[in-house]
Ligand binder design. Structure first.
Ligand code: PXL
Length: 270
């Protein structure tokens, strides 16, 4: 008999171009030996770098997906990505509290804006994200832009990132991983983790000239998969960092009808 893999539930949006969102999560979870379940919050019609249209799901169908999955499967960890709006966030929080999930490790990727600039979270939903959802997380994984919105700080240096991670961690009582890949003037892509009262850096070589999207989605899904496999948080982040860094460095390139298209390689063998 095959050993049965750990189960990870992703609650996120669909990216039609399959580089980010639910599609990125399911590829990542599968590549890392997990079994992925999905609850769809939204459908985003997009190509890399261009969001064309967005439909948010009705709260009742979001709640029902989460309910049936958590009732039936022995889920090991949950990842939340794009939730889209206030009603969607509140329905996810309501269902989370109503189910047995409350004790599971929860990774929240506070998705706000697509890599290409399209807005993925309604402005008035930020307060619900902050007050209702983030405090439920084991870890949140903002990029620099999201960390700036959450903290009100301007982030320019590694010291700024570290101070911001600590501030957010203390404020919400969660672990915080801020991804510093967009930090100028550094040859490495370094991310800082605030966890259990101390700071840790995770560093990988930076790949230049790569225009992929969905790295944040894959990164947070990889952390959730590590946690579902029973890894501690540092080990889960460390493995996820190596996974994402290889997915970027071994990315695919096509010449499409509107120019070059890059995509992460989730199934690299490392
Ligand atoms: O990369 C952020 C992101 C998250 N979720 C969905 C997306 C995107 C970006 O395009 O489409 C569904």
């Amino acid at each position: 008999m095959q050993p049965s893999p750990p189960i990870i539930l992703t609650i996120a949006g669909s990216d039609s171009s399959a580089g980010a969102g639910i599609q990125a999560d399911l590829k990542t979870i599968s590549a890392l030996g997990g079994y992925g379940l999905s609850a769809l919050t939204s459908v985003v019609s997009e190509t890399p770098g261009h969001v064309s249209a967005i439909r948010l799901m009705e709260p009742d169908i979001i709640e029902d997906q989460i309910r049936v999955l958590l009732e039936a499967f022995p889920v090991g960890a949950v990842k939340m990505g794009m939730l889209g709006g206030s009603a969607q966030i509140l329905s996810v929080v309501k269902q989370w509290k109503a189910s047995s999930a409350a004790g599971l490790p929860l990774v929240v990727d506070p998705v706000m804006v697509a890599t290409g600039g399209g807005r993925l979270l309604e402005e008035d939903a930020i307060s619900h994200l902050v007050n209702a959802l983030i405090p439920l997380a084991r870890i949140i994984t903002p990029n620099m832009d999201e960390a700036q919105v959450l903290s009100g700080d301007v982030l320019r240096s590694r010291d700024d990132l570290a101070a911001c991670a600590e501030k957010l961690g203390r404020r919400y009582g969660v672990s915080v991983l801020i991804k510093g890949g967009h930090l100028a003037d550094h040859e490495d892509a370094s991310d800082v983790l605030w966890d259990a009262g101390s700071l840790h850096w995770f560093t990988a070589p930076r790949s230049l000239g790569v225009h992929t999207h969905g790295t944040g989605c894959a990164y947070s899904a990889a952390i959730a998969t590590g946690l579902a496999r029973g890894l501690g948080l540092h080990e889960a982040v460390n493995e996820a960092k190596q996974f994402i860094s290889r997915a970027i460095s071994t990315h695919f390139t096509w010449l499409g009808n509107k120019g070059t298209i890059h995509a992460l390689n989730h199934f690299h063998s490392s």
